[in-house]
Design a protein around this ligand. Structure first.
Ligand SMILES: *[C@@H]1O[C@H](CO)[C@@H](O)[C@H](O)[C@H]1NC(C)=O
Ligand SMILES: *[C@@H]1O[C@H](CO)[C@@H](O)[C@H](O)[C@H]1NC(C)=O
Ligand SMILES: *[C@@H]1O[C@H](CO)[C@@H](O)[C@H](O)[C@H]1NC(C)=O
Ligand SMILES: *[C@@H]1O[C@H](CO)[C@@H](O)[C@H](O)[C@H]1NC(C)=O
Length: 365
């Protein structure tokens, strides 16, 4: 008798388990039916689809982020914006500074892809703004990327904001941008930057590649205009690819006018070291913010991923832990040979117009 009962009990248990398992399998089948192409609309789809959940309107304090969009590297802006947006629930509002000819292409990319819910406004940069402030030599004018000066005009582009973030386009954000935004600036400081001598930076810094981590690498200390400032030549420089700005202070201190002044002076005599390709945007910032800026957490600006070999010095663990990665240097992650381009690829969104394509070594794959 007892034995029969036991067998029945075991059979019941097995049957029960089979039913439960089938139902679970069905449930997991359903949970995997997120692909809208499957043509099945599930009432609870928004509960399970991370993409749809992100579409809920973001409220709360606005975090203004300014970024520039150059036609020939539009894929960079899109990847950077995507990384900022996906890694935060904050109410991020992008202001994208670009040239007139790029507006249509950019709009198409942002509205026809999964970035369609991102809040952004496009502001047109007028190159006339720089007339008389950069060298008139047409050859240098060609080489000058006018959009790199957009960061000088932060309060003009963000008239409503008190605090804002500026980001270069060759970056990927892996942390929550809210955390960067909440970094405190010291009273009286208009901006915060990452110093070129901080621990994270020197990890990737190649010794012997020039004085790229101090003022003397950017400024010609033999020129009177520079001498008169009595700045120490071995002062640690900073990288203006990531800026947190107090725009109230920026306006009160006339930072924009001061920067323009140093641009203008440079057209009369070369005050800046020519050794660096991007050197004409950085030196006026180094002068104006000499000993008058706050620090950004080094993990929020891990640099040199675009330098020869430098990026390879970072361990994959370190790169994963970084809150923000910056491919400054010649080797961009959308180019052929760059360190950690696989990290960048995760955030890249293909161009719906097909105009922009990252160069990949194994393009045939
Ligand atoms: C689970 O799916 C199977 C086919 O995969 C089907 O026969 C069964 O009726 C489904 N059960 C439920 C509870 O949906
Ligand atoms: C911007 O481009 C549009 C065409 O795309 C043109 O109609 C307009 O005049 C241009 N504006 C400026 C300021 O160049
Ligand atoms: C910006 O600076 C002003 C003037 O020093 C100060 O009153 C204000 O609190 C600062 N704002 C932020 C967000 O730090
Ligand atoms: C900023 O500029 C205004 C007008 O040009 C001037 O009145 C003011 O003194 C300047 N402030 C500083 C701190 O230079």
């Amino acid at each position: 008798m007892k034995r029969v009962n036991l067998i029945i009990l075991v059979l019941l248990a097995v049957a029960f388990l089979i039913i439960v398992e089938r139902n679970l399998l069905n449930l997991s089948d359903i949970l995997h039916l997120e692909n809208p192409d499957a043509g099945i609309v599930l009432p609870f789809e928004s509960e399970v689809s991370p993409d749809l959940r992100l579409e809920t309107v973001r409220k709360g304090e606005e975090i203004p982020v300014l970024i520039t969009a150059a036609e020939e590297r539009l894929g960079a802006v899109v990847a950077a914006m995507n990384s900022v947006y996906q890694n935060s629930k904050a109410n991020v509002v992008f202001t994208i500074v670009t040239l007139n000819d790029t507006v249509d292409h950019l709009n198409e990319w942002l509205t026809k892809t999964r970035l369609k819910n991102v809040k952004y406004k496009i502001v047109i940069f007028k190159p006339e703004l720089l007339k008389g402030k950069i060298s008139k030599d047409p050859q240098t004018l060609e080489a000058v990327k006018p959009l790199t000066f957009a960061r000088y005009y932060l309060p003009a582009y963000l008239p409503e904001a008190e605090k804002a973030i500026y980001l270069d386009d060759d970056i990927i954000v892996q942390g929550d941008i809210q955390e960067l935004y909440e970094s405190n600036l010291k009273p009286g400081h208009a901006a915060a930057f990452s110093d070129d001598c901080d621990s994270a930076s020197s990890k990737g810094f190649i010794r012997g590649a020039g004085n790229q981590n101090s003022y003397i690498g950017f400024l010609d200390f033999k020129k009177d205009a520079i001498k008169k400032l009595s700045m120490r030549a071995n002062t640690c420089s900073f990288n203006p690819g990531v800026i947190i700005a107090n725009l109230t202070e920026w306006r009160n201190q006339n930072v924009t006018q001061q920067l323009e002044h140093w641009m203008e002076l440079n057209t009369q005599e070369d005050l800046y070291s020519n050794s660096l390709a991007e050197s004409i945007t950085t030196p006026p910032l180094l002068i104006v913010f000499y000993k008058r800026h706050s620090m950004i957490d080094p993990m929020w600006h891990v640099r040199h991923l675009g330098s020869t070999g430098a990026g390879n010095r970072y361990s994959p663990q370190f790169v994963r832990a970084a809150k923000l990665l910056h491919w400054n240097g010649h080797y961009k992650p959308w180019g052929r040979t760059s360190s950690f381009s696989d990290v960048w690829d995760k955030w890249f969104i293909p161009d719906p117009t097909g105009k922009f394509n990252p160069v990949r070594q194994h393009a045939e794959d």
